[in-house]
Design a protein around this ligand. Sequence first.
Ligand code: GSH
Length: 243
Amino acid sequence: AKEPRQSKEFMPNEVVLYQYEACPFCNKVKAFLDYYDVPYKVVEVNPINKKEIKWSDYKKVPILMVDGEKMVDSSDIVDKLFQKIHPEIPVDSVSNDEGRKWRGWVDNHLVHVLSPNIYRTTSEAIESFDYITSHGNFSFTERIIAKYAGAAAMYFVSKKLKKKHNITDERGALYEAAETWVDALKGREFLGGSKPDLADLAVFGVLRPIRHLKSGRDMVENTRIGEWYTRMESTVGVSSRVM
Ligand code: GSH
């Protein structure tokens, strides 16, 4: 069982996350909210017409509303929330150099390895879109069309992304990233030591939506990341999402 981590200083009345269920950046924010037991509502954005965020000039997700204050960009959102939860910790030391380096690695490397993997083969692309369309905000017809059209489109898009980010063997790159992360732990339970830090939460957050897809299962079977991942799952605990 985990002890409650919510701070006395930060007790917002309403936190709303505008998201796509399978988006790695959105899942990074959710891992943070879940770990700190901050209750939040989710608005699932329709990726085709984005009508739920029509009111916003910023057209990407995640967008987080905290008692009317709008926050965008997953890493900025996490920094802002961390400061609200830990006002005693000076802004500059929100992550130490090691944490900062690995949070950068998540945004600049790890997330780019994910798409080529979840859309690697046509059957993996269909499995991913089955997950996306059954968890996402789609009408009945959109769901059927999106599952196959989306899978086909992303299969080709992912081949382009692979080139763009210089990835030749996508599975190899995923395993290498997982091993790189385990090496970074240097035998510690978490990068943060006995407790996860913002880098642990970022890596866990972006991996969580793929964990039960073929790529995530392969990653856990073929690398040493499983033990850390399981520790993160039990430490982050159940979701603090409210309906
Ligand atoms: N740097 C941003 C962050 O960390 O939050 C990236 C956010 C991002 O690229 N989100 C994607 C998005 O909304 C979804 S995974 N893309 C625009 C679109 O779907 O039209």
